[in-house]
Ligand binder design. Structure first.
Ligand SMILES: *[C@@H]1O[C@H](CO)[C@@H](O)[C@H](O)[C@H]1NC(C)=O
Ligand SMILES: *[C@@H]1O[C@H](CO)[C@@H](O)[C@H](O)[C@H]1NC(C)=O
Length: 217
């Protein structure tokens, strides 16, 4: 529900009533199907499907937020020197520093989270409860964020934004990070899809993995 709150506060007034209705419906559906009730059925195919739909909605809304600002190319220029004492682009400065804080608060302890700059993160400073992991440990090393970053900045961003520069770098960078994280979550959720399918027919998938058969659907 805080996503709804965010939309309203940011002034996306078009059809606010429809959005309320849509969100409440979605929320009720989830409550009834039990997928808001802890991790009991995290790995049912239905729960995974619901999550995929929700993640896609989040991508669309975060792209709409970013499209409010022009492309602001200087933010992505490695040699524009926008941040005193920092080499590299404004966007990298923004994302690295944000991820550093989130890492210290324990964000990347979650199996659903993948950092864009995992090399420069410190450990969590927060003692956390032992989590129940559902993925195979090797899933941790699957991180496609470098490709997602390049695709988003070089291909997607020019398509969704107007040309020009309004100087709103911090706001545009925050919107970029929301888009990047939404896309990353959706793509990496494929790990959970793979796990569900594997658990559904372990002997057959084990055979295919041993035979190194590549499954693309
Ligand atoms: C939520 O999960 C708990 C523990 O697994 C269970 O006792 C409870 O009945 C569940 N609630 C709903 C609404 O399904
Ligand atoms: C990046 O910024 C530098 C320094 O301001 C400038 O010379 C260069 O043309 C910019 N590059 C692009 C691709 O805009």
């Amino acid at each position: 529900m805080c996503f709804l709150f965010y939309l309203l506060v940011r002034g996306l007034r078009v059809g606010a009533d429809c959005i309320v209705e849509f969100c409440v419906d979605r929320f009720m559906e989830k409550a009834e199907s039990g997928s808001v009730n802890g991790s009991a059925n995290v790995l049912s195919l239905d729960a995974v499907r619901d999550t995929l739909i929700r993640l896609e909605d989040t991508i669309v809304f975060s792209l709409i937020e970013r499209a409010k600002y022009p492309i602001n190319s200087a933010m992505y220029n490695e040699s524009a020197g926008l941040v005193a004492g920092h080499h590299g682009s404004f966007i990298k400065f923004f994302v690295k520093r944000t991820e550093a804080l989130h890492a210290q608060a324990g964000r990347y302890g979650s199996e659903e989270e993948n950092a864009f700059f995992p090399g420069s993160l410190s450990c969590s400073l927060v003692s956390s409860r032992p989590s129940t992991n559902v993925l195979h440990p090797v899933a941790k090393i699957v991180n496609l964020n470098k490709d997602i970053w390049d695709m988003y900045i070089n291909q997607l961003l020019p398509l969704i934004t107007a040309g020009g520069d309004d100087g709103n770098y911090a706001l545009a960078a925050a919107a970029d990070l929301a888009c990047l994280q939404a896309i990353s979550r959706r793509i990496h959720y494929g790990k959970f899809v793979a796990e569900v399918k594997f658990l559904d027919d372990s002997p057959e998938y084990t055979r295919l993995i041993r035979a190194r058969v590549c499954i693309t659907s």
